[in-house]
Design a binder for this molecule. Sequence first.
Ligand SMILES: [Zn+2]
Length: 344
Amino acid sequence: MAPDDRSRRRGRMGGAIRTFSAWCRGRAGIAVLAVSAPILAALGWIAATRSPGDGTPPTRIEAYAQGLRAEDTPGAEAVEAWLAAARRALESPVPVSLPFDGNGWMSESELAAVGYRFGLREGQVVEVSVSVPSAARYFVELFRVPPDTAAEPLFVAEADSVDAALEHESRRDGAYVLRIVPEPFRGGRYSVEIARRAALPFPVAQRGPSSIISRYGAPRDGGRRSHEGVDIIAPRGTPVLAVTKALVHRVGRSENGGNYVWLQDWSRRKNLYYAHLERSWVDVGMVVEPGDGIGTVGNTGNASGPHLHFGIYDLDRRPSDPVPYITPPGAVRVADAKVAEPEE
Ligand SMILES: [Zn+2]
């Protein structure tokens, strides 16, 4: 952050604190009973999600709340009322389908916040952009909703109106909540865009989603096992491509896979499997970059016609569906009932 930005931000925050202090003086004495339940709930929620003792740095909104508490305000409980409004936005988000493009207005005379709930699949990147024409500072936070709906949402990423954009790659299928919280009493008109895209490029040159001829999860061997990747049809000799920076981990030949290459993607802690190659162009120990050719499409091993089998595995060999990683959302319909789209 440039020094200018920092002083501007401090100036804004100081203004908000003065506004907030004035409000607190006006409300001192009447708010204590009314907000005590939300205070306890908000404090309990923060303790549950952030574990301050574990060395996790505070989120921006937590740091901001600490700054407000440090001010000598006569109604410190109002800070907790503001956090309670933020918590309600997290508990009762508006369900939206992506891409979502919306705008709204938050009252400057109230403690306001808004949440949007949507689904992401493992391998999809959510892109959020918030536009706030006024001078208000906004906090933008992304939470993951655990499958156990009784559990608290987990904080995963944040931005604020200084940077205004947030990106996050989902590591699992599930529901997320985006929360927007303005500084206390600094509402106004805002707009938000939430979109998602595939995290990785397509692994076959000159090909796209319509070349996927067999989905992850499709039955194999009469249902005794299921397909642990996708099959992508392409003419023999078409280059197959590294989809991310990775280490060439294994190169070899097997009865089922034919000529294969394994890449290790350490940024995601995933192994990427390319099989049925006509030939491979890489050696173990090489580092490849996205878009590098690593071999060509063939039908070696257990393959009738030329196609690439592409698989994505955890380091403990748990397979993931490659489709959300390599195709734009909605480009490939769910054909195999085994894999369900998350709720939206
Ligand atoms: Zn296959």
